[in-house]
Design a protein around this ligand. Structure first.
Ligand SMILES: Cc1ncc(COP(=O)(O)O)c(C=O)c1O
Length: 295
């Protein structure tokens, strides 16, 4: 919110990933900004050629990306692509707002470098938090606004002066005694295991032509069903059985991806969760069978 306010004004256009985290869409809406959706590959992330075409067509005030790892896709841009994207944005003087909340939850050996490590912050505003690695309720995050520091500080002061101190002291203690690294190693292993268990449950229970993402980090799974599938109808039916998930269209400003859904593998694995996923699979098969028999 602060980063967007520092680089744009009401009515401006902001380039975003599609699909993207619905919180970004909500913020754009509240600030009166227009979303311009960039095609985003489930493995490789944003399509740079598409971004170049977009920048040729009209003014873009900023680009907001969560490229390691996208929520909901779990995709990650490789370093060469990140460098190419940074070069393109720098040539056009379009600032990049980087949302790196999932960066520490990588399944590969090395933590992928964030954009800010590649351009030294020349054109990047970096945002992250402990919401995904420790707890969302602490509300402790950080921003490295580079050239926009003054503007961001003015807006932060106007909104809330500063954040509560006690959670910050608690986290500082945790970081200082070295526990965070050990915690992250354990968390990555657990989440990767959750993802593979959930993927197996999906593959065994959903319709056979279902596609499942292979996240490189984070804890989200993106499930794509045939075009005609309605994840909103599935949502209503699932909720009646006490099962919740995010329907695909909430990740798009233009309400695309209605045939997709996002499942979170962030909770501790249990028979209850496995049963919920399998029942979701059964409901999906029933919905598809119902819609074909009605057609
Ligand atoms: C991509 C992304 N950015 C930001 C957030 C919210 O982070 P915070 O709790 O630090 O506001 C989320 C939470 O789901 C997210 O998925």
């Amino acid at each position: 919110m602060l980063a967007l306010m520092a680089v744009s004004k009401r009515g401006d256009t902001i380039a975003i990933e599609a699909p993207t985290y619905f919180g970004v869409l909500h913020t754009l809406e509240v600030l009166g900004l227009k979303a311009l959706e960039l095609p985003t590959h489930p493995t490789h992330g944003v399509n740079i050629a598409a971004l170049a075409r977009v920048l040729d067509t009209g003014p873009v005030a900023a680009c907001v990306l969560s490229s390691t790892f996208n929520n909901p896709l779990g995709s990650a841009m490789v370093e060469a692509d990140k460098r190419a994207l940074l070069a393109l944005l720098a040539r056009r003087a379009v600032p990049l707002i980087e949302d790196d909340v999932y960066g520490d939850i990588h399944f590969g050996r090395e933590r992928p470098k964030p954009f800010i490590a590649l351009d030294g912050g020349a054109n990047t505003i970096y945002c992250s938090s402990f919401s995904k690695t420790l707890a969302p309720g602490y509300r402790v995050g950080w921003i490295a606004p580079g050239a926009y520091t003054q503007r961001v500080m003015e807006r932060k002061l106007a909104f809330s002066l500063c954040n509560p101190i006690l959670p910050q002291i608690a986290i500082t203690d945790f970081l200082a005694n070295g526990a965070y690294d050990a915690h992250l190693r354990r968390l990555r292993r657990l989440l990767e295991e959750n993802i593979s268990r959930m993927t197996r449950a999906i593959e065994e229970s959903f319709p056979s032509d279902t596609k499942v993402s292979r996240p490189a980090g984070g804890f989200m799974i993106w499930v794509e069903l045939p075009r005609r599938f309605d994840s909103r109808a599935l949502f209503d039916a699932a909720l009646e059985q006490g099962i919740c998930f995010a329907p695909g269209d909430v990740f798009s400003a233009s309400r695309r991806f209605r045939n997709c859904l996002r499942l979170s593998a962030g909770s501790e694995w249990s028979d209850r969760i496995e049963d919920g996923v399998r029942r979701l699979g059964l409901l999906s098969r029933n919905l598809i069978a119902g819609s074909t028999s009605l057609a």
